[in-house]
Design a protein. Structure first.
Length: 100
């Protein structure tokens, strides 16, 4: 598996977790009208947009998708993947705490 594939999988998993988290937080806001819930829902929506944009760049962008797949230096890829994987782990814990 190449670095670009690890990044794509990580970002796709992030999107799924963020969708679930944002749904729960938005549902909580509608039920309780809490400023805390709306803040979490806004946070989730922004992070969801950031990950959707990253996945778009990795898969569909006419210039960047090819560059990421073939020409990006391995050191830069490792750094990029570490950030995505850390985010996946953090969102996993957040999802676990939120769902509990």
């Amino acid at each position: 598996m190449q670095w670009v594939d690890v990044a794509r999988v990580s970002v796709a998993v992030n999107l799924a977790m963020l969708f679930a988290l944002t749904w729960v937080w938005a549902r909580n806001y509608l039920a309780f009208r809490s400023k805390h819930s709306v803040g979490l829902a806004a946070f989730g929506a922004v992070l969801l947009a950031q990950n959707a944009l990253s996945l778009y760049f990795y898969l569909y962008h006419p210039v960047l998708a090819g560059w990421f797949a073939t020409d990006m230096p391995p050191l830069a890829w490792r750094a990029n993947v570490v950030v995505h994987v850390f985010q996946t782990v953090a969102l996993g814990f957040l999802l676990w705490v939120t769902w509990d």
